[in-house]
Design a protein around this ligand. Structure first.
Ligand SMILES: [Mn+2]
Length: 451
């Protein structure tokens, strides 16, 4: 049987944990100007699902856990359902089971399946339910999970899970926000303490798109992140986790309350749990930051952009890449960019990306450069501009002022999503925004002064 290796009283159990595949995602937020690129991104989500299936087979996993947002929308297209049905059906033929909890994007309220699913595919309902994992006639582990009944869930669903002493090694499948991550909607909010109190051994979470192992043991709390970066904020490798754990085989025959002598029951030997990341993304997002400081001509900039893209592409193991190029700094090139240089640069960058089999895309070029000015002289000049620059420098160096700016952003931004993002900004990110604002304001003030 796959997924197990037996040794004495224990078995080595292997499973794959993925989440946030977002099949059917329209990728509407991406500024891609070709239908080919749109199609490539649409098929990237499907391809990452296939890659996850392949990881299960290659690694000899016993089962796959999908922790919500498998589909991007309540109204799952037949095409996406067929894709999932095909991949999970293929796994079932290898006797690999799949356990699925739905999240905020694909809650139960929109679930009306047009397919008959193999017995090896298990869907969690609106209450916590539990499936036994059987090895050689014994229950060696359990998979518990819950799905969102509707897209917005304000309750703490983690409180509904509980593992009793003596129960076998238990995996909890949940789409939730641990610790109020401001970058994501606060659905099924819970704390690390709530998760620990449940007694669950491995929390297979979904919702946060950046992978993280919040806790390695007691319990393991893991976000695999999305399986394919979906926008320029989701840069770098994305994929799934392969989990291996040695559990006790001391249980008997699948009935409830098993666990063997001394309550070992496969539980909590979490020191023997290993979690390995395997990338499944087929298009990799990169943000390329270039400074125009010290550049005098646009061809220097084009050279720099092309070189940077080639470097990032080379680090992506043969995958297609999508780039967002951001330009910073100040110098003579700024003026050229302000005329029509940005378009020219974009086409030049797009021309540079053809590497045989692979297709790469430049999503956009963002220009945050500033004019070629003697900042020190302007600052000392005793004008409105000088007052402004002094204030900016003060904001950069005074933590109290920085905190005030953060606070102002949170309270003044009308859109809740923007306010949440402002709350989650690091000091570094805030300083970067201040630098961009300085450039922009300086441009406007100098224009004013010229006219
Ligand atoms: Mn998601």
């Amino acid at each position: 049987m796959n997924g197990f290796a037996e040794s004495g009283e224990s078995v080595d159990l292997c499973f794959v944990h993925a989440a946030d595949i977002h099949l059917d995602s329209p990728f509407a937020s991406i500024k891609l100007d070709s239908p080919e690129a749109a199609e490539a991104f649409a098929s990237a989500a499907r391809a990452s699902l296939q890659a996850i299936g392949q990881v299960c087979i290659d690694q000899g996993a016993r089962f796959l856990v999908l922790s919500g947002d498998v589909f991007d929308a309540e109204q799952r297209s037949l095409r996406a359902q067929h894709e999932l049905w095909t991949v999970l059906g293929g796994l079932a033929e290898h006797n690999v089971h799949t356990y699925i909890a739905w999240g905020n994007h694909d809650s139960l309220s929109g679930w009306r399946s047009a397919f008959s699913w193999p017995d090896e595919v298990h869907f969690f309902g609106p209450e916590v339910s539990t499936y036994p994992v059987i090895a050689r006639g014994r229950e060696v582990a359990r998979v518990s999970g819950i799905s969102y009944p509707q897209p917005a869930v304000g309750e703490n669903l983690a409180l509904m899970f509980s593992k009793q002493p003596g129960d076998p090694f238990t995996i909890g499948v949940l789409h939730c926000n641990v610790g109020g991550d401001p970058a994501h909607a606060n659905y099924a909010p819970c704390s690390l303490a709530d998760l620990a109190a449940s007694g669950i051994d491995y929390w297979a979470l979904g919702h946060v798109h950046q992978r993280s192992i919040i806790s390695e043991e007691g319990p393991a709390v893991v976000y695999p992140g999305c399986a394919q970066g979906r926008n320029p904020r989701e840069t770098g490798p994305h994929g799934c986790f392969v989990v291996r754990v040695r559990v006790s085989a001391g249980g008997v025959g699948g009935a409830g309350g098993v666990g063997g002598a001394g309550g070992v029951g496969g539980s909590c030997d979490c020191g023997r749990l290993s979690v390995e990341f395997v990338p499944t993304d087929v298009i990799r997002w990169h943000v390329l930051d270039i400074s125009i400081d010290g550049m005098f001509t646009v061809d220097q900039l084009i050279e720099e952009v092309r070189g940077g893209m080639a470097r990032l592409a080379a680090s992506s193991n043969g995958r297609s890449c999508a780039f967002r190029v951001r330009l910073f700094g100040r110098g003579p090139v700024h003026r050229e960019l302000a005329l029509d240089g940005q378009d020219a640069l974009l086409s030049a960058a797009r021309e540079s990306v053809s590497y045989g089999e692979r297709s790469d895309w430049v999503e956009c070029v963002q220009d945050f450069t500033g004019p070629d000015v003697d900042r020190d002289a302007l600052r000392a000049g005793g004008s409105l501009i000088s007052d402004f620059l002094c204030l900016v420098d003060e904001a950069r160096s005074d933590p109290a002022l920085l905190a005030q700016i953060r606070n102002a952003l949170q309270t003044k931004l009308a859109r809740p999503r923007l306010a949440r993002m402002a709350r989650g900004l690091s000091d570094g990110e805030l300083l970067q925004i201040i630098s961009r604002a300085e450039s922009l304001a300086l441009d406007l003030l100098l224009e004013e002064a010229d006219s």
